[in-house]
Design a protein around this ligand. Structure first.
Ligand SMILES: *[C@@H]1O[C@H](CO)[C@@H](O)[C@H](O)[C@H]1NC(C)=O
Ligand SMILES: *[C@@H]1O[C@H](CO)[C@@H](O)[C@H](O)[C@H]1NC(C)=O
Ligand SMILES: *[C@@H]1O[C@H](CO)[C@@H](O)[C@H](O)[C@H]1NC(C)=O
Length: 247
């Protein structure tokens, strides 16, 4: 009996369900399938919202619509509640490339997945997001190692080697260029290189131009402000940096 219940639950998890709302007996308001164009429109709006409202990390692409629920809204319109499964792309959120042009990060790069619960309001045919909650987590390291023992796994962003590698790269860039002084926005990703270069990390980080020259920055770094608006120059670099072991 237990097995039967488990099986029933499992098959429910596997199929995308348009979930009727309310207590028993269910008061079915309007049932939509996950592959309905209207559901897909809501999901596209949700993904766009998520990508424009997170300040860190990478843009997400839609992998799967897990659930959809439509409820009436007072005094008018409808509420859509979506459960979405998202995949990390290689476009950082500061990258101006549209999502359509971003590639989904390969499994072998130790990608991150996002699970999001999003609530949208639809009034006069227009969707707007009223809330979005996401939880992201990297794929299991064991799964990756099983398929690809040499693949670089994610390293913690606060690893001292990572901070060191980024500081070196920034210092070099700022000493070379005649351009404005650039400031670190975020270390977005770090991976340990396992086999090719022992004790090295690859880092990806986002920077922005400031209103200072290198000389200004030397004299009064605290006064250097990140440029915003049309002047923003956000650069995003993947770099492979060998770091000597301290051992
Ligand atoms: C994005 O891709 C489309 C179609 O492949 C292409 O026409 C467009 O130029 C690309 N945009 C950018 C900014 O690369
Ligand atoms: C990095 O962060 C983790 C979790 O926040 C913490 O446990 C660890 O001590 C930190 N490591 C360093 C080198 O700061
Ligand atoms: C950069 O902007 C800040 C804030 O507006 C200002 O205090 C500072 O003097 C500016 N620095 C330079 C070099 O223009």
């Amino acid at each position: 009996m237990k097995a039967l219940i488990a099986l029933a639950l499992f098959s429910q998890l596997l199929s995308c369900k348009a979930v009727p709302h309310g207590p028993f007996p269910p008061l079915v308001y309007r049932v939509l399938d996950c592959d309905d164009p209207e559901t897909e429109e809501a999901a596209a709006e949700a993904v766009n919202y998520i990508n424009t409202h997170h300040q860190k990390g990478y843009k997400y692409a839609l992998n799967r619509i897990e659930k959809v629920r439509v409820l009436p809204r007072r005094p008018f319109g409808e509420i859509f509640v979506l459960e979405l499964d998202l995949l990390e792309t290689t476009c950082h959120v500061v990258n101006p490339l549209p999502l359509e042009n971003c590639t989904v990060r390969a499994f072998t790069d130790h990608a991150v997945e996002g699970d999001c619960d999003v609530k949208l309001v639809k009034v006069d045919g227009i969707f707007s997001v009223s809330s979005a909650r996401c939880h992201s987590s990297p794929d299991s390291a064991e799964d990756i190692v099983r398929v690809c023992p040499d693949c670089p796994l994610l390293a913690p962003l606060n690893d001292t080697r990572v901070a060191h590698a980024v500081a070196l790269a920034l210092a070099q860039f700022n000493s070379d260029g005649p351009g404005p002084y650039i400031k670190l926005l975020e270390i977005a990703r770090a991976q340990r290189q396992v086999n090719h270069l022992p004790d090295s990390v690859s880092v990806e980080f986002a920077v922005a131009a400031t209103n200072c020259s290198a000389q200004d920055a030397k004299n009064h770094l605290e006064d250097c402000e990140t440029l915003t608006g049309e002047q923003t120059v956000s650069v995003y670099w993947p770099l492979l940096i060998p770091v000597k072991s301290k051992k």
